[in-house]
Write a protein that binds this ligand. Structure first.
Ligand code: PAF
Length: 278
């Protein structure tokens, strides 16, 4: 597996692959890889000749009071896991390589998509995500890229980016990988104390019960109130619980797929999760 930090060196490898007509898939990550990330690598592996994984903790998607400095960095373990998973190249740019100019260009994600749900609580987050993902796409020039559905709003932002800028890249959304008790896998789960870790699966359970309530024809507002109460009783500080159209995160539309999404703090961990309906 190639381990590269230099853009010209990576482009030389990519040119060689291109000359052999090999298609490249990209799995963008911020490292601290877990089974969920490795499932994305596997999905990429099945769909492409070559797999590139990027490991870059992107400063522009963290707010001033967020965990950029303390975000877990485990590069040696990540490289070993990627090699084991069959990745062909790990791309580890420095901040200077990713953002070479002091005054940088940035993507402004349309407000309707960027300023709601997670974006309401993390201003500028999705602009930072879209900006770094576009840079990664330009650096790696993949035919396909794989993103986890756990970050469902992020997945839609990327799909919109690709459609609006006419990028010739297939975006594959991959189902959320879960622990045995239902907790969505996330690097931030390690911020949980053992007691909080026991409580954390309640977020997924609450989403599941709310979805069952909706399927049984119960009123959304009543279900939302019950879900918030349940989460607060368990020790969460909910930010949002929302029922949205799965295609554009607007209001649910008759006959179109829906998504139930939630974010809540539990101790020092901000947990997000979502499930599909009908
Ligand atoms: O989902 C993530 O890990 C990040 O938001 C991403 C897509 C790698 C961009 O930094």
């Amino acid at each position: 597996m190639h381990r590269l930090t230099d853009l010209d060196a990576m482009r030389a490898v990519l040119s060689h692959w291109q000359a052999c007509s090999e298609h490249v898939a990209l799995v963008p990550t911020m490292g601290n890889l877990h089974v969920g990330h490795l499932a994305l690598i596997k999905a990429a592996r099945q769909r492409s000749d070559r797999v590139v994984a990027s490991v870059f903790v992107n400063p522009t998607q963290f707010g001033p009071d967020e965990d950029f400095a303390s975000y877990p960095r485990t590069l040696d373990d990540d490289i070993a896991a990627l090699a084991e998973a069959g990745c062909d190249l790990v791309w580890m740019p420095s901040v200077k390589t990713m953002y070479p100019l002091a005054e940088r260009f940035s993507i402004a994600v349309p407000a309707q998509l960027a300023n709601q749900l997670c974006g309401e609580f993390r201003p500028g987050h999705f602009d930072g995500v879209a900006s770094v993902v576009l840079r990664l796409f330009n650096q790696v020039r993949p035919r396909l890229a794989v993103f986890g559905e756990k970050d469902f709003q992020q997945l839609l932002v990327i799909r919109r980016l690709v459609a609006d800028l006419a990028l010739d890249i297939d975006i594959v959304g991959w189902p959320t990988q879960r622990e045995a008790d239902g907790l969505a896998m996330s690097s931030r789960n390690q911020y949980l104390t053992p007691e909080q870790r026991r409580v954390a699966p309640s977020l997924f359970q609450t989403l599941t019960q709310t979805a069952e309530g909706l399927a049984a024809g119960n009123d959304w507002k009543a279900l939302e109130g019950q879900a918030r109460d349940k989460l607060e009783e368990a020790g969460f500080r909910p930010q949002y619980l929302a029922l949205r159209c799965a295609e554009d995160l607007g209001d649910p539309k008759p006959g179109r797929p829906q998504r139930l999404l939630a974010a809540a703090w539990l101790g020092k961990a901000r947990l997000i999760d979502n499930i599909g309906l009908g």
